[in-house]
Design a protein around this ligand. Structure first.
Ligand code: SF4
Length: 108
């Protein structure tokens, strides 16, 4: 069951999405602080979090609509790479947090 998406939207509610340089500079995505304009130095943009996708008032990704990604076809690389069924070490902590959140929701 590796690399399978259950379309639960849990990751879209829990994690901040960092855009790559190309994604950020494409201006295709709504990002934090975009009202101040694009920062041409990407390292600086990363430092201040300007390459992070904007969040909704409930802190979920701005593109999560009715529990689904509204930009699925052009979703950022970070979203394409992550699967909560992944066995990759780099995702371990994120997967544990998703499981913990789901368990808390069930028991709470
Ligand atoms: S862009 Fe889509 S897949 Fe990525 S976090 Fe937002 S809603 Fe989820």
């Amino acid at each position: 069951m590796e690399d399978e998406c259950f379309e639960c939207g849990a990751c879209c509610k829990l994690f901040l999405i960092d855009l790559t340089k190309a994604e950020y500079q494409s201006k295709k995505y709504k990002t934090q602080f975009m009202e101040f304009g694009l920062i041409s130095d990407f390292d600086l943009a990363q430092e201040c979090g300007a390459n992070i996708i904007e969040q909704d008032t409930d802190e979920s990704c701005i593109y999560l609509k009715d529990g689904k990604c509204s930009i699925h076809k052009i979703r950022p690389e970070a979203c394409r790479e992550f699967f909560c069924s992944s066995k990759e070490d780099r995702f371990k902590g994120m997967i544990e947090l998703i499981k913990k959140t789901k368990n808390d929701q069930k028991s709470g």
